[in-house]
Ligand binder design. Structure first.
Ligand code: ADP
Ligand code: MG
Length: 394
């Protein structure tokens, strides 16, 4: 789960990470009041959406004139902001953050995430703040500094010194070295206590007053640990999530929307990945990842169907089930019932293997539905790719 910048900053403040004073507003009318309450030499009005790149897209407005704040808020509120992270559709701005402006001397990059290679948390830092870290990693990889933390002992001051020195921080601004090390410790605490999967501050700023402050904040949480954190759950903003993914979550389905046109319904994450690969290999693109789970039932299959069909891009459906825990004839019944219920007009290919596969295939063939049945994965993938977009006969 992701949260907004203003929420990340509230969390930072709770863990002793310095942030600018600010306030979230949901209506432009509140801007005047909050600007007056802030009373600072520089005001910053920032669009709150779950995507970066707002600065370049005009989603961050800076002014020294307090009277201009309501107008800037008016301009941003309700606007659809298109950044390189939102995709061409963009995202509608429903919330703003009004905060004090910092005098920037130097922008740094700092993040903390789980390194899949070592299975440990790793800090990533760079002197190239404000830029996309992916771009820095590509063009000047030597400027990306990493410090892996041993979770058995946790963050140690020497980890902080390693990072500070590798960044050349003592030469850039000696006064911020100790606050920097302290900040790393605080971020590590936040990361572990709240089961975050990523914390990113870009830019982390050295101000003209030689202090350190987080001017942006992004935090992602491990969904599997959310049940432990009701305070974090409360930060969820459904406007920022894919409606079909929300719907899938209600049925305990693992659904991720993608850009292709072959809808797939598979049981088991590994098989779902393999299915997407084989669709690509057959020359098409998957419209989604959908894992209906090892114990899929008639009901989950029906819910899966409804979700797939809501995606107007889908031109063909590929159902790939391996009957291990689940029995294929149950899935077949689920497909038959769901097809009748939702009235599927798209080509469907069902590949069944495993427990009672024979029985399942028979049910499908005798159902009167225009469903193609296959036993072999490669054959099934080629079939659905060839059929996609074609209207069903009869
Ligand atoms: P995004 O990453 O979505 O573009 P940021 O929060 O990083 O949004 O803001 C973009 C840029 O705007 C920052 O790199 C910084 O230069 C400037 N900025 C943002 N917040 C402030 C602030 N409170 N004071 C001064 N400058 C700011
Ligand atoms: Mg940023």
């Amino acid at each position: 789960m992701n949260i907004h910048e203003f929420q990340a900053k509230q969390l930072f403040a709770q863990f002793g990470v310095p942030v600018p004073k600010g306030k979230e507003i949901k209506s432009a009318r509140a801007a005047e009041k909050w600007a007056a309450a802030l009373d600072t030499p520089v005001y910053v009005v920032k669009a709150q959406i779950h995507a970066g790149g707002r600065g370049k897209a005009g989603g961050v407005k800076i002014t020294k004139n307090r009277d201009e704040v309501p107008g800037l808020a008016q301009e941003l509120m309700g606007k659809t902001l298109v950044t390189h992270q939102t995709g061409p559709k963009g995202r509608k701005v429903r919330r703003l953050l009004i905060e004090e402006g910092a005098g920037i001397d130097k922008e740094l990059y700092l993040s903390l995430l789980v390194d899949r290679d070592t299975g440990r948390p790793v800090f990533i830092a760079s002197t190239e703040g404000g830029m996309e870290i992916e771009e820095v990693a590509e063009k000047t990889p030597e400027k990306v500094i990493r410090e892996t933390i041993d979770p058995a002992v946790g963050f140690q001051a020497y980890n902080g010194r390693n990072l500070a020195f590798a960044l050349g921080l003592p030469a850039i601004e000696k006064a911020v070295v100790n606050p920097f090390i302290q900040m790393l410790g605080n971020l590590y605490r936040l990361f572990m206590e709240k089961n975050a999967s990523m914390v990113e501050i870009n830019p982390l700023v050295i101000t003209t007053e030689k202090t350190l402050i987080a001017l942006d904040g992004k935090v992602s949480f491990d969904d599997c640990a959310l049940f432990k954190h009701t305070d974090i759950q409360a930060l969820r903003d459904l406007h920022e999530e894919e409606p079909m993914e929300i719907e899938a979550g209600k049925h305990n389905l693992n659904y991720v929307k993608l850009d292709g046109d072959i809808g797939c319904m598979v049981n088991g994450a590994g098989l779902a990945m393999a299915t997407m690969d084989v669709i690509k290999l057959a020359g098409a693109e998957p419209a989604n990842f959908l894992d209906v789970g090892g114990g899929a039932t008639k009901e989950t299959v029906a819910a899966g169907f409804r979700i797939l069909l809501k995606d107007k891009k889908v031109k063909g459906i590929f159902i790939n089930i391996f009957g291990g825990i689940v029995r294929c004839e149950r899935i077949a019944n689920g497909v038959i019932e769901a097809s009748k219920e939702v009235g599927i007009k798209l080509p469907v290919v069902v590949r069944l293997q495993g427990t009672n596969a024979e029985e399942g295939r028979k049910l499908l063939l005798e159902s009167g539905l225009k469903v193609d049945v296959a036993t072999d994965l490669w054959e099934a993938a080629q079939k659905i790719v060839a059929m996609k977009g074609k209207k069903k006969k009869g």
